[in-house]
Design a protein around this ligand. Structure first.
Ligand code: NAD
Length: 177
């Protein structure tokens, strides 16, 4: 039995890891799909597809799940109605999908694929958005991601990139009040 786990993983955090460990209890193999693989260097998607793959492999090594996981990337397409077909044409076959993303759940359900919704683990804490905000605000984000992922993000100066990318070089008129 093979499960599919799709996410943007911007960055890969301990909530993702908890879900992965739960999936690993239920299936023999897991296809981990890094979605929006074409995106990088933006406030919402700071890390490249390849960097996110490095993060996942770093985390898998520690959890000893590496042998049972296939990690791959997938670019977005501009037509949701064709997305499941697009995904199927690009990733290894699978029997069941794990997701809590409403659009992902909807598209797979319409395609008659079995979808399981894993429990959420402290979503307010373990969320990509919250972690990216902490990174920008010099907060304590390192406890929210696997240790090897924090190490990798530091190695690539990921926090510096995240702080720089939303900035504009346009001239702003001084306000006269
Ligand atoms: P994500 O990284 O935000 O989350 C991945 C999964 O982990 C989700 O199921 C989410 O619910 C779960 N998760 C996150 N935090 C959790 C926590 N604390 N506890 C438990 N579970 C937690 O990624 P995402 O946004 O769900 O990724 C979906 C991908 O599918 C995106 O890349 C999106 O672009 C892609 N997509 C593309 C199209 C298209 O191209 N037309 C259509 C649909 C989806």
């Amino acid at each position: 039995m093979r499960g599919l786990y799709i996410g943007r993983f911007q960055p890969y955090h301990l909530g993702h890891q908890a879900v992965l460990e739960k999936i690993a209890d239920e299936v023999d193999e897991i296809v981990i799909v890094i979605g929006s693989a074409q995106e990088s260097h933006t406030a919402e998607n700071p890390f490249t597809g390849g960097e996110r793959m490095e993060m996942i492999y770093a985390a898998l090594g520690k959890a000893d799940l590496r042998k049972r996981c296939i990690v791959t990337t997938l670019q977005d397409i501009n037509r949701n109605s064709l997305w499941v077909t697009h995904l199927r044409s690009m990733v290894p076959c699978f029997d069941v999908v794990y997701s809590n993303n409403p659009l992902v759940v909807r598209l797979f359900s319409e395609a008659k694929v079995t979808v399981k919704k894993p429990p959420l683990y402290q979503r307010e804490l373990y969320s990509g958005t919250a972690i990216r905000n902490l990174m920008r605000q010099d907060g304590n984000w390192t406890d929210l991601v696997p240790g090897n992922v924090a190490k990798f993000i530091r190695q690539i100066n990921g926090v510096e990139r995240l702080c720089i990318v939303p900035k504009s070089d346009s001239f702003e008129m001084p306000s006269h009040e």
